[in-house]
Design a protein around this ligand. Structure first.
Ligand SMILES: Nc1ncnc2c1ncn2[C@@H]1O[C@H](COP(=O)(O)OP(=O)(O)OP(=O)(O)O)[C@@H](O)[C@H]1O
Length: 240
């Protein structure tokens, strides 16, 4: 059985009902009709909470992030993000929903190589009016402030992002995910290239900044040592 363990209530005033960031129920997905479906435990995450998702290779962690991001659609079950059921949206509406409400950090960071560091961070604000309006006081000032908090030297801000080290690029990807205060941040093994000191520091920064922006986080990793920093954790099993 998958397990979901929770610490006690997180940040917040218990007298006010919390908005639900995500809810999945009876969710299943099949990449290939010859394979058994990947099926997922039911998950509810309240606004501002941080979830750690672990499981062996092939258990379907990245697939779940693709489902949450609306890049693929489930074969069964329901997936509701911020009160919107993704199945009710067209593919174009799902793209818009992702741009407006989600920050994503991939294993490979997916930064745009010909853009500067600052332009990479501000990209979500170019793609979404909502994110632009939430990037305070301005997208450029918010990007500078995020880069400062994440320890990227100012000398790199106006240079191509490819000139940065792997650890720096990872922090730029985190800044890009956080810009414009999206309600949900999806992170897929973003610490796999880091040593343990840098990994701990990165998680602390990411979760601290997400808390400032009141963003919920779904963080995928093999690394059980990181789980203690999260409000909840879920373990997926290997498919049979
Ligand atoms: N694009 C794809 N096309 C076909 N099958 C896929 C695709 N992506 C994943 N799969 C299959 O779905 C299953 C789950 O893969 P997924 O990448 O979600 O697992 P994971 O838990 O993230 O693994 P890892 O920890 O190795 O990244 C695997 O059997 C994988 O081969």
């Amino acid at each position: 059985m998958p397990d979901m363990t929770s610490k006690t209530d997180v940040q917040g005033d218990s007298s006010t009902p919390r908005q639900q960031a995500l809810h999945i129920s009876n969710l299943a997905f099949r990449w290939d009709q010859t394979q058994p479906p990947l099926s997922y435990p039911d998950i509810t995450l309240n606004a501002g909470e941080h979830l750690f998702l672990r499981g062996p290779s092939g258990s379907g962690k990245s697939t779940l992030l693709s489902l949450l991001g609306g890049l693929i659609v489930p074969d069964a079950g329901t997936l509701t993000l911020l009160g919107t059921e993704l199945a009710g949206l067209t593919s174009g509406q799902r793209d818009r929903f992702r741009a407006d409400h989600m920050g994503v950090i991939f294993q490979q960071f997916n930064l745009v190589p010909y853009l500067t560091t600052l332009d990479n961070v501000m990209l979500p604000c170019r793609l979404s009016r909502k994110r632009r309006a939430q990037a305070l006081p301005t997208p450029a000032k918010e990007a500078e402030s995020l880069l400062t908090e994440l320890g990227i030297p100012e000398s790199h801000w106006h240079r191509r992002v490819t000139g940065l080290s792997v650890g720096q690029q990872q922090r730029v990807a985190a800044a890009r995910a956080l810009t414009g205060a999206p309600e949900l941040i999806l992170a897929d093994e973003p610490t796999s290239a880091l040593d343990s000191d840098n990994r701990d520091r990165f998680i602390e920064l990411l979760l601290g900044l997400a808390a400032e922006k009141r963003s919920s986080v779904v963080f995928v990793s093999h690394d059980q040592g990181l789980a203690k920093r999260f409000d909840h954790q879920i373990a997926l099993e290997t498919i049979q």
